[in-house]
Ligand binder design. Sequence first.
Ligand SMILES: *[C@@H]1O[C@H](CO)[C@@H](O)[C@H](O)[C@H]1NC(C)=O
Ligand SMILES: *[C@@H]1O[C@H](CO)[C@@H](O)[C@H](O)[C@H]1NC(C)=O
Ligand SMILES: *[C@@H]1O[C@H](CO)[C@@H](O)[C@H](O)[C@H]1NC(C)=O
Ligand SMILES: *[C@@H]1O[C@H](CO)[C@@H](O)[C@H](O)[C@H]1NC(C)=O
Length: 403
Amino acid sequence: MKVHHFVFLIWVPVLALSVPIVDFDIWGDQRQASSSLVADKDLSRLPRVLNFFPVPFVEECKANDGRRRGICMNTYECRIQGGKSYGFCALGFGVCCVFTSTCDKQVINNITYFVNPDFPDLSKNMSSCRVKVQKIEPEVTQIRFDFVHFNLGQPNRSTGVCEEDIFRISTENATRELTLCGYNSGQHLYFDVENVDGIQIDMVLAKKAVQRIWEVVITQIPFDQRTPPGCLQYFTGSTGVIQTMNFADNGRHLANQDYSICIRQESNMCSISYEQCSEDSFRIAPNTENDLDTNSIEEGSGDYDNELQESVRAVDLCNDKIVLPCDSEELLMPGIFGMNPGHCNLIHCGSTLCPAGQSPCKIESSATPFNIGVHFGETISNELSPEDNLGMCLVYEQIPCEF
Ligand SMILES: *[C@@H]1O[C@H](CO)[C@@H](O)[C@H](O)[C@H]1NC(C)=O
Ligand SMILES: *[C@@H]1O[C@H](CO)[C@@H](O)[C@H](O)[C@H]1NC(C)=O
Ligand SMILES: *[C@@H]1O[C@H](CO)[C@@H](O)[C@H](O)[C@H]1NC(C)=O
Ligand SMILES: *[C@@H]1O[C@H](CO)[C@@H](O)[C@H](O)[C@H]1NC(C)=O
């Protein structure tokens, strides 16, 4: 088990008051050790004393580059664990230790920056890159990836499949895996690591000529901080922006995506509204009419009422789709292109989130939890242009409860 031991060596009462996190109960048993430590300020002896701590103390800090995040620990331990000091923390008793890792290395610390070998410059002439991420504690149940910078080669323009550049996260025996490519700066995701010791990132970088850059923060999430199951992305805050992967100029959404974007319901908020980031920020091409004709509704389906036929039709029409939950089952009526205006559309595709002509386009829902389903297969038809498959950018805003 690997833990960053760090403790404030403060027993002067007035200082102690300003650092309320420290549990001073330990001094009762460890008076001798602590007083000798403070006396000679030998910080390197810290790990021995810390064996008596019931819970290791780990605190995040801000690096003095004004940008990165690190872990506050003593200078000695930062060096031993391969980190780099970026200024002081804990009233000068510790340093803000930033961990970076790159190709063919291991990630063995929380909050590690995985970067391309030439970062902050672009890397050229690469063909592959692999890094292993070791769980720092058995209790870690998820790994969070924050793509500060993520600019790799684009997927196949007509299918959305990552073919040349592939960023794959997988568990050791590949029971879970996830593939990305293209432009994903600013995105994040959670990867489930229950019942495995670690994961690996395998990057295939097929075209030597492509210039690439990435900086990915890898954070280890313990069980008690985990996000709800099934949420690849988890947003907090009463307002925010959500995008599908590879949402970029000249980009297109990726194929084979099947996940939920979840938004934490903030206190005193009862519903949520979604709006497009801009007029053209919703582009998910429906199947072509030809495809639709082959998806016949079964003969003798007279039992089905019209609504259900419509819904079956909509489901068939949207091969790639965004699913927004509806307020109530009664209003539930899947449809697109302005079918059933006034009803809640469960399934969305096409060139607008809202029924045609609805302006301003804003969808409200009080169905909880606030989840959005993203379901993209592989584009079958080659007639569709990448521009029709840009993906989705939405602004969400939570709406206070009315009492
Ligand atoms: C890793 O760091 C994050 C952010 O500071 C923290 O919330 C989390 O508890 C840490 N994980 C472990 C296993 O200590
Ligand atoms: C890339 O590789 C080619 C041939 O292997 C070499 O000529 C070129 O200088 C390399 N470019 C860089 C930027 O390293
Ligand atoms: C994209 O995929 C299609 C269908 O599999 C294939 O025919 C085409 O060659 C691919 N394009 C590129 C640039 O690889
Ligand atoms: C994958 O590996 C883990 C740990 O080695 C093991 O517990 C799990 O059963 C394996 N899963 C499969 C499907 O082999």
